[in-house]
Design a protein around this ligand. Structure first.
Ligand SMILES: Nc1ncnc2c1ncn2[C@@H]1O[C@H](COP(=O)(O)OP(=O)(O)OP(=O)(O)O)[C@@H](O)[C@H]1O
Ligand SMILES: [Mg+2]
Length: 266
């Protein structure tokens, strides 16, 4: 998984055009322990006037490269809202979001999209795969957006599928795969561009406990072996046990933030 992109990152960072201050296609790989994410006083209000609802009420959060963080808290406490902001899928109403020291709110829409494609991978509860489209093609999709050549796309997607334990399943469509396998395809799609951060919103929410454990083992492997920073929302203590830190949201605020021994989860 590392060859082409590590090289590309180095090339872009070292020998490419001098990076513009807010150009996130450029830059060196993120070193473990480096500050990656910094939220300060982040609020999010949905709707207007009397119908408005403040989903986030001033969130401060720091994440370092290489962390494995579980985000927990009651339904409606703002977990998905904060994940969407971290993933540049949504913007805060007020407050600051810095990604690798760069103020994200100052970026143009286009620059944010590039930051997202370059650094972030997403996994959702419902897998969000294209139906009637093979596992291989689903995983190739982000590479297509990035303008990779067909031969490179094929090779990289095959490698990503192998990394999630799906070698040999490339030509199956989602309907021909189990829930656990579909989530593996979604994870392969999320990691194929070698993101620094994997944002997973209830990735095991639709899976039985055995399949959930397998997905957690995979996330832990990506975190430990590929140094991908993992932020994962879960309602299940067994799944949160895989993380080394648990951030708990209540009513749109961080209510607790505790380090823990990463356990086996069962
Ligand atoms: N697009 C939206 N428009 C209006 N309100 C929204 C929107 N998205 C979320 N909300 C509200 O913001 C609050 C926080 O929602 P959010 O999805 O972040 O909660 P959550 O912690 O992820 O909950 P769950 O565990 O049920 O997924 C909820 O009260 C929700 O109804
Ligand atoms: Mg949610």
């Amino acid at each position: 998984m590392s060859g082409t992109h590590a090289l590309e990152r180095t090339r872009l960072g070292a020998a490419g055009a001098p990076p513009a201050p807010h150009d996130h296609a450029a830059g060196a790989p993120v070193a473990v322990g480096e500050p990656l994410i910094r939220l300060r006083g982040v609020t999010k209000t949905y709707g207007m006037g009397t119908a408005s609802f403040q989903a986030l009420r001033g969130v401060d959060l720091d994440i370092k490269a290489g962390e494995f963080v579980a985000v927990m808290g009651p339904s409606g406490s703002g977990k998905s809202t904060v994940m969407n902001i971290l993933g540049c899928l949504d913007t805060p109403t007020s407050g600051q979001y810095q990604f690798r020291g760069v103020p994200v709110e100052k970026l143009s829409r286009d620059q944010r999209a590039r930051l997202r494609r370059r650094w972030l991978g997403f996994v959702f509860q419902g897998f969000n795969l294209l139906a009637r489209t093979s596992a291989q093609e689903n995983v190739e999709l982000p590479l297509l957006y990035r303008g990779e050549k067909a031969a490179d796309r094929h090779a990289m997607a095959r490698r990503a599928l192998a990394a999630v334990g799906l070698a040999g399943w490339e030509h199956h469509t989602p309907a021909e795969l189990s829930g656990g396998q579909q989530q593996r395809v979604a994870i392969a799609r999320a990691i194929v561009c070698e993101p620094a951060v994997l944002l997973a919103d209830e990735p095991t929410g639709n899976l039985d406990s055995q399949r959930s454990v397998e997905i957690m083992e995979l996330l832990r492997q990506l975190n430990e072996e590929q140094q991908i920073t993992v932020l994962m929302v879960t309602h299940e203590p067994d799944m949160a046990a895989y993380a080394r830190r648990v951030v708990r949201f209540v009513d749109g605020l961080v209510a607790s933030d505790v380090a823990q021994q990463a356990g086996s989860g069962g």
